[in-house]
Ligand binder design. Structure first.
Ligand code: GDP
Ligand code: MG
Ligand code: ZN
Length: 369
């Protein structure tokens, strides 16, 4: 899997982990009063009262370090040894959007001493499946971006983002880009698009059909982004960077779609927090091949399909999976057209996947001596 950006970020964090162990040891040897265990700041604790510390916001994480904006000036920072230990055990203890306190060490460099409590987190399961990987934090809304045709609309992927958005305390907005291709689309694609709109609008999700080619929806997008912090998420090639360029005249690199997969070529390699000309911030993220919701348990899935709820209550089996059981109220609702087949399929796919993961873990455990 080529996930250049995340590899770069990973490289930074693994290097930093080693460095911070070294820092801690060195500090303990030179000054016993510093870096004591009690110095580890707990989540939500007030920041250390050091007048030299400057409040800033993380704008990007690259192989070189963490970029922190302090009153308009960018500093390239490292993480100080006592940044929370548990955070160090995450895939990436610091993320784009983090509010931090940093100690300048020169006019352009510094070290992060404290990370403020986050009010929202967009994360996913990392490629190993074992750790939470932060994509961006302290954001108001996730623009779940997809395209109509190239790559094709994938409601199951949109549902995963919807779940992650809900769990991470953010508002979702669904963007369907490349709507200029509607006329040239097949009847199947047109039908799926229409069914999608009906089902998701009924659920109350805001949806914007948009095009960077003919300008459809760009004014609406600017309105949505105004004075908020937003993150653009979605498969590579759907047009996230193009949308930002078209709406705000940014100059972000755009990818070519490969003929075979219609996926982009990972032109955006680093998530970046960009100030918007009319107020607000947005984060363009690099494309990811797969998106797994972090720590999603089988029992939790149905809660995120909120329209299933009345039928779940009616269901006669308390532990019904609503997939194969006979005379299940959820399936009856599906058969009588009260529930959308798109949503049901997505529910099924998610459960199957979690089951599959479970089975794999079980098999592994059984194989272990
Ligand atoms: N037809 C059409 N193509 C678009 C539109 N927006 C972007 N593209 C194309 O989609 C490809 C991927 O765009 P890019 O912005 O790099 O996608 P990202 O990976 O999501 O950032 C490029 O070839 C763009 O020219 C659109 O509204 N309509
Ligand atoms: Mg891009
Ligand atoms: Zn049931």
């Amino acid at each position: 899997m080529t996930e250049r950006y995340y590899r770069e970020e990973e490289h930074f964090h693994s290097r930093d982990r080693k460095q911070s162990r070294k820092d801690r040891r060195h500090a303990q040897e030179t000054d016993r009063s510093k870096f004591k265990k009690s110095d580890l700041k707990e989540e939500g604790e007030p920041p250390p009262e050091d007048p030299n510390l400057k409040p800033g916001r993380v704008t990007a994480i690259t192989g070189e370090g963490v970029r922190v904006n302090v009153e308009g000036t960018e500093f390239l920072c490292t993480l100080k040894g006592f940044v929370k230990k548990e955070k160090m055990q995450m895939k990436n203890p610091v993320a784009v959007g983090d509010l931090v306190r940093m100690l300048p060490t020169s006019a352009t460099e510094g070290s992060i001493a404290f990370i403020e409590k986050r009010f929202s987190i967009l994360s996913r399961t990392d490629v190993t499946g074992k750790q939470e990987q932060l994509i961006a934090v302290n954001i108001d809304q996730v623009l779940i971006t997809s395209s109509l045709l190239q790559p094709p609309l994938k409601p199951a992927l949109i549902d995963r983002y919807l779940i992650a958005t809900e769990r991470g305390n953010m508002h979702p907005v669904i963007l369907i880009n490349k709507i200029d291709q509607f006329d040239s689309a097949s009847e199947d694609v047109k039908l799926l698009y229409r069914e999608f709109l009906v089902a998701y609008e009924r659920l109350g999700y805001p949806i914007l059909s948009i095009s960077t080619v003919d300008g459809t929806g760009l004014e609406g997008l600017r309105e949505i982004l105004k004075n908020k912090t937003s993150v653009f998420s979605g498969q590579s090639g759907v047009g996230k960077s193009s949308l930002l360029n078209a709406a705000f005249e940014f100059d972000l690199p755009i990818g070519n779609l490969t003929q075979k997969t219609y996926k982009g070529s990972h032109t955006t390699t680093t998530a970046r927090l960009l100030p918007l000309p009319h107020g607000g911030f947005c984060i363009d993220t690099p494309g990811i091949r797969s998106f797994g919701v972090w720590n999603l348990q089988k029992e939790d899935v149905v809660r995120h399909f909120r329209e299933f709820e009345p039928y779940v209550h009616e269901c006669r089996y308390p532990d019904c999976t609503h997939l194969i059981e006979p005379s299940c109220a959820v399936q009856e609702a599906l058969e009588t057209g009260k529930l959308s087949p798109i949503r049901f399929e997505s529910y099924q796919t998610l459960l199957d996947e979690i089951e599959g993961l479970d089975r794999r873990t079980k098999r592994k455990l059984e194989q272990e001596p």
